[in-house]
Design a protein around this ligand. Structure first.
Ligand code: GLN
Length: 483
């Protein structure tokens, strides 16, 4: 049962091959048995899951249908869940139970999805290895000595290990696409504003975007359908109609113009990954796509710009965690200043503290123009590069990451080495564009992802291209040994 995709589960439930309660019990037992190896969950919600599954079975018995009705999922632990801990991977929020559901959580629950639990993540979504979680590192099911990617490493590892078919995740600089690449999944970061951020604990508000992590593009379409849409509670949510993503999966790729940026294949890219990306290009050419070399000349400035803008926004967003209103509070504070200092010093881990300091520095009088304003100007240049490219091509294709998943601990003492691994993913966040990563092969037994980017609100195009690719390749069907 645990090998089924969301699409297969929907068919099985509709055909009464099994009930949502049976499926939920099977997966909860599997999580209890296997998750200790990978640490992909922070909280399990067995009681909620079983009551949601029972309700979904009743709705089906009463004639209701729907791809998510009775489908088991999990939420990255930064989506607020009423009455259930939402920790953001931090000691700071270890005792935080949100008084309300995030819009994404509420929408998926209304569609009948069953929440099995809350998944592990880098603390406040800062990281790309899932090693900065206060609840311990997550391990990659493909090789338990390697990282699963981050910050949505728990969602990715859980889906890759077949503990459940799909999970929600968020992507500020690659945190859906990079763990998808590292664990052989399909992950989609939607256009900024496509999915509501209400109730999604903020890291960098102008970059954060929620999206689906699953094994196939077909399943990403199903989960995105349940997540996307205008939300008056989020002032950056965009009021654009949501297309039927599943219905849009059958488009021909004949004549599809794919741009391949020459900058993506420069030094720093593992040549074995380059070869797999070229193989996926050939596969898409066979399906009728036309390849064109393009240039994104400002890509080289994206990492420094991102690592000013994201920490700047984080330093502001995280100022609310002061030990007063909610979250961790230090023992016996001597006075107000001591309360602030020790609550934040003890509640936040070192990567979060580093980013708050970098961000506060970049925003301080005297440095604002030199760093923050300059970074915003680069952000515009990065966006302009994409706009120029999309005049000539329909999608852009390249590697998701320059290297496969590294060994646990390999980059933990060198944060900049980890930041450099984000080179291919952060530009989509700076520009607000949708991006997808899908399985493209293996290097030393570790999965490799190919990334597709599209113009604003063309999530459907990305999903269709990925689906056509997956109808003709079988990388996405490979299962890690032991799971
Ligand atoms: N690795 C990037 C960072 O640490 C992106 C994280 C994310 O997308 N949440 O900021």
């Amino acid at each position: 049962m645990h090998h089924m995709t969301l699409a297969e589960i929907a068919r099985g439930l509709a055909d009464k091959k099994f009930s949502s309660v049976e499926l939920t019990q099977t997966l909860l037992a599997r999580i209890a048995q296997l998750d200790p190896q990978i640490n992909s969950f922070i909280s399990l919600t067995q009681d909620l899951a079983l009551s949601q599954a029972k309700a979904a079975d009743e709705r089906r018995a009463n004639g209701e249908s729907g791809a998510l009705l009775g489908a088991p999922i999990a939420h990255k632990d930064l989506f607020c869940t009423q009455g259930i801990r939402t920790s953001c991977g931090s000691k700071m929020l270890d005792n935080f139970k949100a008084p309300y559901d995030a819009t994404v959580v509420a929408k998926l629950a209304a569609a009948g999805a069953v929440t099995l639990g809350k998944t592990n993540m880098d603390e406040f979504a800062m990281g790309s290895a899932n090693e900065s979680s206060w609840y311990g590192a997550v391990k990659n099911p493909w090789n338990l000595e390697h990282v699963p990617g981050g910050s949505s490493g728990g969602s990715a590892a859980a889906v890759a290990a077949r503990l459940l078919p799909a999970a929600t995740a968020t992507d500020t600089g690659g945190s859906i696409r990079q763990p998808a690449a590292f664990t052989n999944l399909t992950g989609l970061k939607p256009t900024y504003g496509r999915v509501s951020r209400w109730g999604m604990i903020a890291y960098a508000s102008s970059l954060d975007q929620g999206g689906p992590l699953a094994r196939t593009a077909e399943d990403c379409a199903i989960l995105l359908q349940g997540m996307a849409g205008f939300d008056p509670n989020d002032s950056t949510s965009i009021d654009e109609p949501v297309p039927d993503y599943s219905a849009g999966l059958n488009g021909s790729l004949q004549g599809l113009r794919i741009g391949v940026p020459k900058e993506y294949f420069s030094a720093g890219l593992d040549p074995r990954i380059a070869e797999l990306i070229h193989n996926s290009i050939k596969e898409l050419e066979k399906l009728g796509a036309v390849i064109k070399e393009i240039s994104l000349p400002n890509m080289q400035h994206a990492i420094p710009a991102y690592y000013v803008i994201a920490p700047a926004e984080a330093s502001s967003n995280l100022s609310r965690f002061d030990g007063v209103r909610f979250g961790y509070r230090c023992e016996n504070p001597e006075n107000l200043e001591d309360l602030y200092k020790r609550s934040r010093g003890e509640g936040f881990g070192s990567e979060v503290q580093r980013r708050i300091m970098v961000g506060a520095y970049a925003l301080s009088a005297g440095y604002y123009d030199a760093y923050y304003l300059k970074a915003q100007k680069i952000r515009r240049l990065v966006k302009n590069d994409f706009m120029t490219a999309f005049n000539e091509v329909d999608i852009i294709l390249g590697p998701t990451t320059p290297n496969p998943a590294w060994k646990l601990g390999a980059k933990s003492s060198d944060p900049v080495a980890a930041y450099l691994e984000d080179v291919y993913t952060i530009t989509a966040n700076l520009a607000g564009l949708p991006g997808l990563s899908m399985p493209a092969g293996f290097v030393d037994g570790l999965p490799v992802g190919v990334q597709l980017l599209a113009p604003y609100f063309q999530e459907g195009r990305l999903l269709n291209v990925a689906h056509q690719y997956q109808l003709n390749t079988d990388w996405h069907t490979r299962t890690p040994t032991g799971f």
